[in-house]
Ligand binder design. Structure first.
Ligand SMILES: [Zn+2]
Length: 279
């Protein structure tokens, strides 16, 4: 089954060989890193009986990936720090980082879009930090929410705090988390859910984090939320707003759950959008 999914993703996107994919953004290279492939089925949609869901997912093949993204300078001596955005579950992340020439030691900032397990999982192994030289930056609102919301979340947050100590910090929206990366409000999926706008010269890329869990449904109709959206109504309005922003600015997007490598353009179509994966 897994092989079939991989084969399909490779066919659809014709470039998903291996688990690392480079994308040029001015003086920076963005490297999509695949942690794993998934197929979540239509039951993850808030409204699985909506006509768009029934037609787009008639075969119930809602394939996706868990992706992370590296932003680093093309010039090795540059002062621009190597930044990793999210860490997946930590399944194939390290193997695929290594295959792209990114060692855990070379990562100076790990910026987290939100604190779900499929984004922070690679930050620790057996409670120990996996990025020995990195500062870990968490959305302030998510850390507060996680620390105050049930034992499992609290434990996950405390594990990160214990592992990274004073190398762990929080950020707020509209702040630069690195010289060329701006944190943008993308609330709804979680209280602190964040998109990152990466800039080099006049080139920009928007890392949309978990705005999209079903690329077949949610581009065509961004008002469809998923059961993982903590506030589905707010998540839907954020999705509409940010896809509109990217489409108007002709800015490519990168998504954590768009099939690997998860990078492409958003084009307005009908009442929604069409996703054009990069080639
Ligand atoms: Zn996720």
């Amino acid at each position: 089954m897994k092989i079939l999914i991989c084969a399909f993703a490779a066919l659809s996107f014709a470039l998903a060989e291996g688990g690392a994919f480079r994308y040029d953004l001015g003086d920076l290279e963005i490297i999509a890193i695949k942690d794993t492939d998934t197929n979540m089925g239509k039951e993850i949609l808030e409204n699985p009986d909506a006509p768009i869901v029934k037609s787009a997912l008639a075969d119930n093949q809602n394939h996706s990936s868990i992706n992370a993204f590296v932003a680093r300078s093309k010039t090795p001596q540059s002062a621009t720090p190597t930044v990793l955005v999210d860490t997946g579950l930590g399944k194939s992340l390290f193997e695929n980082l290594r295959s792209a020439g990114v060692t855990p030691e070379s990562v100076r900032i790990v910026a987290i879009t939100h604190m779900h397990g499929d984004h922070i999982g690679g930050l620790t192994k057996d409670g120990k930090p996996t990025f020995p030289a990195a500062r870990v930056l968490l959305p302030k609102l998510d850390l507060e929410y996680w620390l105050g919301s049930g034992e499992e979340n609290k434990k996950a947050a405390q594990t990160l705090q214990a592992a990274y100590g004073d190398r762990l910090a929080t950020f707020e929206w509209d702040s630069q988390i690195a010289p060329n990366i701006l944190a943008l409000k993308a609330e709804g999926h979680t209280p602190g859910h964040t998109a990152f706008e990466v800039k080099s010269g006049d080139k920009k890329l928007l890392i949309i984090a978990d705005l999209i869990h079903s690329f077949k449904v949610q581009f065509a109709d961004p008002t469809q939320s998923v059961i993982y959206d903590i506030d589905p109504v707010l998540a839907a309005s954020t999705r509409v707003k940010l896809l509109n922003y990217a489409a108007n600015a002709n800015m490519p997007i990168a998504g954590m759950h768009i099939p690997f490598p998860g990078i492409g353009k958003v084009v307005k179509e009908g009442r929604g959008y069409r996703f054009e994966p990069i080639e």
